[in-house]
Ligand binder design. Sequence first.
Ligand SMILES: Cc1cc2nc3c(=O)[nH]c(=O)nc-3n(C[C@H](O)[C@H](O)[C@H](O)COP(=O)(O)OP(=O)(O)OC[C@H]3O[C@@H](n4cnc5c(N)ncnc54)[C@H](O)[C@@H]3O)c2cc1C
Length: 341
Amino acid sequence: MKDNQQKSILIIGGGLAGITLAHHLLKRNQLVTLIDDGKNVSTRVAAGLVNPLVFRRTTLSWRATEFLIEGWEFYKELEKTLNTPLAEPIRIKRVFPSSQERDEWKKKEDLTEFKSHLLKISSSSNSQSFGIVKSGYVVHSENFYIKNQQYFDDLGILKREAFDYSSYSPSESCYQGKIYDHVVFCCGYRVFENPFFKDCQVKSTKGEMLIIHHEELPETESLHLKCFVFPMGNKMFRVGATYEWDNVSLSPTKKALDTLLSHLTHLTKVAPVVISQPVGIRPTTMDRRPVLGSHPTFKNTHVFNGLGAKGYLIAPTMAKEMVQYLLDKRIIPKEYSITRH
Ligand SMILES: Cc1cc2nc3c(=O)[nH]c(=O)nc-3n(C[C@H](O)[C@H](O)[C@H](O)COP(=O)(O)OP(=O)(O)OC[C@H]3O[C@@H](n4cnc5c(N)ncnc54)[C@H](O)[C@@H]3O)c2cc1C
């Protein structure tokens, strides 16, 4: 039985956005139904790296420290709920492409906001060619997606099917005859299929990666120069990722293979054995901010999207804020509100 405080909430899309949103809603004892058609090509293929730095500019990402801490707490609590390992710390090694970047890094490492993230380069070392981010971690993306789907299945709240837009009446937020208090679309790059939010400025950014076998790359840290190389265990590594805007093709390309292999030569001279070439599509925005909010006419029809290339960093906090918006009427700041468009 629904009590006065409980709202019935339909979430469409069971990727990172839908999953984090569902957990925050369940924590607040809401009645959640989740629809996902299993065609996930972002959350489950992502490298899952949570890196507070933007290397090219030696800056911190947007709200990095707060997101990093809150994300870690979220994933660790979720490990207990799902009874599976999800997140672990990883040393992130930036190989400097130039002495200017090294100098910039050295300037930044003493600043208060960087101290908890950067391992200080020893003052006696004038030749160290890399910097270490000590606060990063990795979320095991495939396990994260699959175990969450199983969990929601066991709770009886997951419908493994495609959402049928023709069966939705937004004026009553009614789907297939059932009225919901809120309906939230978390469809990632497939927002272009959505008649209510297709103009919300979320773009499709294709990313290709390689899974390689390599005898010599390090298995305890991720390497970053031109591309990232990320250990997966048993001498297997993920190499990535390309960026191609406005592309929704799920086919791997020779061009991406050549680009990634060429980038890899900056980190190792030993050729890898290429095992596979996964393809994914990120839901990105030009201003690199997510999109949260409601349809201008249908007030109970909402969107939570645009998590971008750092979804695993920002999703737990953004989902919490989305819940506060839905349940407590907390205002979404213009910076990431749908109204900015
Ligand atoms: C190659 C690559 C590497 C990445 N690496 C990282 C990384 O290292 N670190 C990081 O933080 N982020 C990374 N990301 C970004 C991260 O994966 C995304 O930000 C995040 O997964 C987006 O989640 P989402 O839930 O918005 O979208 P999705 O994961 O795309 O989820 C949307 C879901 O909605 C479902 N859906 C859509 N339409 C319908 C419908 N009509 N009916 C039913 N279901 C529907 C889909 O099946 C899907 O499961 C990477 C992404 C890619 C592609």
